[in-house]
Design a protein around this ligand. Sequence first.
Ligand code: B12
Length: 306
Amino acid sequence: MDREPGLGVGAVARHLGVAAATLRTWDRRYGIGPSGRSPGGHRRYTPTDLARLEAMQRSIIAGAPPAEAARAALDEPRGEPPSSRGHGAGGNRVPLGDLPAGSDPAEVRGLARAAMAMDAPAMTLAVRAAIAREGVVGAWDRLIVPVLRGIGRKNAASGECVEVEHLLSTVLLACLAEVAPPAEPLNARPVLLACAPEEQHSLPVHALAAALAQAGVAVALLGARVPAPALAAAIRRTGPNAVLVWSQTARTGDPGWLSGLPGSRPAVRLLVGGPGWNRRRLPSTTRLVTDLSEAVAAISSAFTRP
Ligand code: B12
């Protein structure tokens, strides 16, 4: 057997420390397999094949989704890691801009890459890990928002990636929904979270719901595109302590209707958030909150553990 050129799948599997079945899957799925033949006609891994697999494995360990790691390794004649020539992003590069203080650039790039590869399991792992490590506020500010903004920039520049926005949003909504509501909420009266009428960008209110859950506050999350009469009815029915309305885009940011919302006894606190609002026209009874931690603090400061 040693006299045959190249390596068999078992030897390569042992060398890389992966299962032989994984190598067969990579071959079938990503076309990264043995290119040589033994005299007997069996497929054999050449040194170049092995270098490519090593490069692919390094990229996966560094956070790249397997499909992208394989593509990059196959593009390299000798299987050098993609980072060695700043390659690998190409048309898939997400313009991430300056990252907020405390962001881990490798982690942000990893989530952006997983998003561009439409690799939902990899996105889920990255987001779950960040929420577990630093809580919803940290994960949102330092990992999720930079990636959302980067993909938004890419969309603004090219009109592309709407499908990426959709899949990433689905993953984020699922991860945020995994945050359990507080078993013994601090608040007796509810907190209502809603998007302005016709506003589909609901991720920030889901992030706020999850962050408030971690702060011990229970919320009623009405979600995207809440018609003004429906929000008014919800206020009358629940007598909330606070209401926050989100507007992401100028199209939904005319605040004229806000002053028509009912007050309740004791008075409901009306907060607004999001870059869509026409700030000059906001009613004086509203408070504009500008980031997630400010929103959590503004809402939860009214409640104290008895
Ligand atoms: C995800 C996303 C979607 C998802 C939304 C899914 C969902 N359930 O939310 C989907 C795919 C549905 C979608 C659809 C559309 N989208 Co869109 N989308 C986005 C994206 C990538 C992220 C939105 C988001 O959650 N932002 C939250 C944070 C990241 O927003 P931010 O403005 O940076 O945050 C600031 C503050 O708001 C604050 N902040 C951040 N988080 C929080 C949380 C709280 C509680 C508070 C108080 C403050 C706060 O901090 C920042 C200021 O320092 C943005 C890009 C972007 N930059 O936002 C585009 C973006 C908002 N979308 C855009 C557009 C054009 C659309 C569409 C019209 C067309 C399209 N591209 O598909 C449609 C239709 C939407 C509609 N009719 O309402 C544009 C809007 C342009 C504009 N200025 O009007 C953007 C900016 C992308 C771009 N092209 O530039 N979108």
